[in-house]
Write a protein that binds this ligand. Structure first.
Ligand SMILES: Nc1ncnc2c1ncn2[C@@H]1O[C@H](COP(=O)(O)OP(=O)(O)OP(=O)(O)O)[C@@H](O)[C@H]1O
Ligand SMILES: [Mg+2]
Ligand SMILES: [Zn+2]
Length: 508
């Protein structure tokens, strides 16, 4: 007897439909699982066997074969417990042999038959819908994230396998899951820009970075507030669009944090420690490669504190995502490409001892040492950072006055207004913000007025700028004008943009 049950799998970020065929023939008792099962899938046999006994439907002592199709994609995770159990129960006649073919089942099963959440549920739900199936039975803990895909798919949130049996036999039909109105978390009240005294120029640079999606590097002596300010960047970023949020939840779902991500409207902010390995940054691990920090920062911020302390190979993996917004990971188990479009915020000291340029004159590094320290950050990386600012020590006056600075909410309101201008400008194109602008768009949208052009030309000659920094200044000036609510880029906008290219001037 053979029973067929539909389920789903995930490879990288893409879900796909899986057909689970369960066969039963007389003979020496055995349990074969085929179709490229990974370790967790193989252990399914033990869980399913024990769970079946717990619910009083012990598996028959026969030759059991379970095939997971398509057979050429590696299957991982415990998601097939539920379809395997249902398939075997159907094959041995405990339940109707023909399981509904508009229904898909995913879920790990505990020894008592309780359902446990699985990883990747949202991507699987999307695949189920695309495959034309209309009902998805999944563990309660996955319902919140899966329901983000909307009303076209009926979701049944289940906590015990007996509920499904009662539903299938018509004894107790399940009710479709209705998503609660998700509680949207607001920016973390414990972190706010109002705690940051002085540093007006750095805060302004952060506002511009947030408004245009620009990468930013802060360089300054210890204790000047670099880390403190970077930690607050999330509080001034615009909320995610529904599509952006879906992508973020799909990624977090793969590492088992889908429901927490589903509840949040905040963009992710990741701050990996400088000892993190290249695999930790880019993604990897045993089996199908898992997303790394670059992808967990997708649609949000990647903050690299103490930039020169990072391993060279860990910084090397930043290049592809900064260039095209994705990261590809190649392992023996296969190649996976994850989205990785983030805003990069970096902080560093200007020299090894940290005090170069400090008014106290404490720095004892030689000019050669200073150069060497800065050269740790490769040209190609630096080239992709639109905003570079020196962070000076906070003057005592600013600290002692302690008068509350402008709040994150006020800054965020300006950022949101500037983003809305950009969305209107780039509607219908792939560009989402000024930092993404393509060369043709630069020519179209970044034409300064006569005085602005004259200033830019003069700076180009005087500072010996490259064509790349020229474009970058135009992009930044575009954001500065957007913050001011102005369509035309003027000399004032250009002048401010030039200030944020301090490294170009230092020749570092
Ligand atoms: N502008 C500021 N306003 C209020 N407090 C500040 C400011 N700058 C620094 N501080 C205080 O000093 C502490 C240290 O600052 P922070 O860790 O951000 O410095 P840093 O620039 O990252 O230094 P390092 O180079 O050593 O990493 C902060 O936690 C905060 O308490
Ligand atoms: Mg710091
Ligand atoms: Zn020094």
């Amino acid at each position: 007897m053979i029973a067929t049950v539909f389920s789903a799998g995930i490879y990288g970020i893409e879900g796909y439909l899986v057909t689970v065929e369960c066969g039963l023939v007389n003979g020496l008792p055995s349990f074969e699982l085929v179709g490229l099962p990974g370790a967790a899938v193989k252990e399914s046999k033990e869980r399913v066997t024990t769970a079946a006994r717990s619910i009083g439907m012990a598996l028959l002592p026969a030759r059991k074969t379970v095939n997971l199709a398509p057979a050429d994609i590696r299957k991982e995770g415990a998601v097939y417990d539920l379809p395997i159990l249902l398939g075997l129960l159907a094959a041995q006649g405990n339940i109707e042999q023909q399981l509904p073919d508009d229904s898909v089942f995913i879920g790990e099963i505990g020894l008592r038959g309780e359902l446990r959440p699985v990883k990747g549920a949202l991507s699987m739900a999307m695949a189920v819908q695309q495959a034309g199936k209309s009902k998805l039975f999944l563990p309660e803990g996955n319902a919140e994230e899966a329901s983000l895909i909307g009303n076209d798919l009926i979701i049944y949130a289940v906590h015990h396998v007996e509920q499904i049996l009662d539903h299938l036999t018509g004894k107790h039909p399940l009710e479709a899951y209705v998503p609660e109105h998700l509680v949207q978390d607001t920016p973390d009240a414990a972190l706010d820009f109002c705690d940051v005294m002085g540093q007006e120029n750095v805060k302004r640079a952060m506002e511009i970075a947030a408004a245009g999606g620009h990468n930013m590097l802060m360089s300054g002596s210890p204790g000047s507030g670099k880390s403190m300010m970077a930690k607050r960047i999330g509080t001034i970023l615009p909320p995610m669009t529904p599509e952006e949020k879906m992508d973020v939840v799909r990624i977090y779902s793969i590492i088992g944090e889908g429901s927490r991500a589903a509840r949040s409207q905040m963009r992710p902010v990741r701050a990996p420690h400088h000892t993190t390995s290249a695999a930790g940054i880019a993604g990897g691990g045993k089996g199908i490669p898992m997303p790394g920090e670059l992808s967990l920062a997708h649609n949000g911020v990647l903050f690299l504190d103490e930039l020169p302390e990072f391993r060279v190979d860990a910084l090397e993996v930043l290049r592809q995502p900064i260039e095209n917004g994705t990261v590809s990971i190649v392992r023996t188990a296969g190649r996976v490409t994850y989205p990785a479009r983030f805003m990069l915020i970096c902080a560093m000291n200007p020299c090894k001892c940290g005090w170069y340029g400090h008014p106290s004159g404490r720095c004892r590094c030689t000019p050669a040492e200073v150069k060497k320290y800065r050269r740790k950050i490769s040209g190609p990386l630096l080239d992709r950072i639109d905003i570079q600012v020196h962070v000076r020590p906070v003057p005592l006056k600013d600290l002692s006055e302690r008068k509350p600075a402008e709040s994150s909410a006020d800054i965020r309101a300006r950022v949101i207004a500037a983003r809305e201008r950009q969305q209107a400008r780039y509607a219908g194109t792939k560009t989402r913000c000024n930092a993404d602008m393509q060369p043709a768009q630069l020519a179209e949208f970044c034409r300064p007025d006569a005085a602005g052009q004259a200033l830019l030309d003069a700076a180009f000659k005087k500072l010996g700028m490259t064509a790349r920094s020229y474009d970058r200044i135009l992009r930044l000036a575009r954001t500065i004008a957007d913050l001011a609510g102005e369509e035309r880029i003027s000399a004032g906008h250009i002048a401010e943009a030039i200030q944020y290219r301090s490294m170009d001037r230092d020749g570092a």
